[in-house]
Design a protein around this ligand. Structure first.
Ligand SMILES: [Mg+2]
Length: 391
């Protein structure tokens, strides 16, 4: 079949707050090829990603993403990889192209899986999916007392692992940060898996991060996530040498295979976290998962939005080691909950299983998301390049 249409739907909460919560808006992608339909989601600023699909060509290496997608053949996984390569070549100088491609790639896998009646992970070559231990992913409270309450709530919901991040962490004195980490450990209990996310707060300042290590070690934190920005490979490497049993985690900022490969090669990571909605889709995320396995670095999904994005993020490492964990947003905004009919919830054993339906195994709930749909029109030189399509 040929790709006939790619439609973008910009969804947003009535109010978007200045907090580190990526579930406040979303960009849903629908791909149609003949009578077949697939859905994906981009993890990035929705309007900018739409613009990179429709923008006028600037020169031969700066074409709109649609030029590499519409009309392309789609008969198997190799076509999806070929389309990805074409986007990267023709939109080389269009920096948002990888984000836009991500949602399209996810929708193409979903479409192909539905057409063949198989979950995406089988198309990737995995026969079965291993259940994963979900970690309750949330923001630090404004105070240690608030964090203690959040950690207790996660444990009471049955989570054996939890991550706290962003908020005040890293911005106050090391003693205040320590109080936050001790509160998280107390609330989660002695046997819980505790993860801390610094949200790149120290940029590349190893000394600042090192001042927090004693508390992280005392609280038996499994990983310190994103102490630095993605490109600060030397800083990561130096901190990894100081951190001892606290392993470093990073990778959500990667928007290409090679960015992730640099992290794997030079940053001294224990965990690499990839967002399929950002790195270029499931095809690229899968390549990173294979590279990580070859280097003995644990692959973990990154996701903070809907269960469609959650399912997409799990596909690349479906057949993981039995002790693998996965990110699981516990307090997303209503928009993110409303995007799909199905919810992926922990089983009786507290583990997350990938949906076994065809494609991503989840379907958008069009009636529920209609109220969030933003009315957008992009006009250039009197020509309408984009107008919000009908759901
Ligand atoms: Mg993070």
């Amino acid at each position: 079949v040929k790709i006939d249409a790619v439609d973008f739907f910009y969804l947003a909460m009535p109010e978007v707050l200045d907090v580190g919560d990526g579930s406040q808006d979303a960009l849903l992608v629908r791909v149609q090829a003949g009578e077949h339909v697939g859905w994906g989601e981009c993890e990035a600023s929705p309007l900018v990603s739409i613009a990179s699909f429709v923008c006028p060509m600037s020169h031969s290496a700066c074409k709109p993403v649609r030029d590499s997608v519409l009309g392309q053949r789609l008969d198997g996984p190799d076509d999806i990889r070929r389309i990805g390569d074409l986007v990267r070549a023709q939109s080389l100088d269009l920096l948002q192209a990888d984000h836009t491609l991500s949602g399209i790639d996810i929708a193409l896998w979903d479409l192909l899986g539905r057409r063949r009646g198989e979950p995406v992970y089988r198309l990737l070559g995995d026969q079965r999916a291993t259940p994963k231990l979900p970690y309750a992913s949330q923001l630090f409270g404004d105070t240690p007392e608030e964090t203690l309450r959040l950690a207790r709530a996660a444990r009471d919901k049955g989570f054996r692992a939890a991550k706290f991040g962003w908020g005040p962490y890293g911005r106050a004195a090391p003693a205040d940060d320590a109080a936050q980490v001790f509160a998280a450990r107390e609330g989660l209990g002695d046997d819980g898996v505790l993860l801390i996310d610094a949200g790149t707060v120290w940029l590349d300042d190893v000394a600042q991060a090192a001042r927090r290590l004693d508390a992280l070690r005392a609280c038996r934190v499994t990983w310190l996530e994103e102490p630095f920005v993605s490109g600060a490979l030397g800083a990561y490497r130096r901190l990894a040498e100081l951190a001892g049993p606290v392993r470093l985690a990073a990778g959500e900022g990667c928007h290409s295979y090679h960015m992730a490969e640099q992290l794997l090669e030079y940053a001294g990571l224990g965990f690499i976290q990839i967002d399929a909605g950002r790195i270029g889709g499931i095809a690229v995320a899968r390549r990173v998962a294979e590279a990580a396995r070859a280097r003995g670095v644990a692959y973990v999904n990154h996701t903070f939005t809907s269960h469609l994005a959650l399912s997409a993020s799990l596909q690349p490492y479906a057949a993981s080691e039995p002790d693998a964990i996965c990110e699981y947003p516990v307090e997303p905004r209503q928009l993110a909950r409303d995007i799909t009919h199905e919810q992926i919830v922990p089983d009786a054993d507290g583990r997350i299983r990938l949906p076994d339906g065809p494609g991503l195994g989840v379907t958008p709930n069009l009636a529920a998301i209609a109220p969030y749909l933003q009315d957008v029109e992009i006009r250039v030189g009197g020509r309408t390049l984009y107008r919000t399509p009908a759901l």
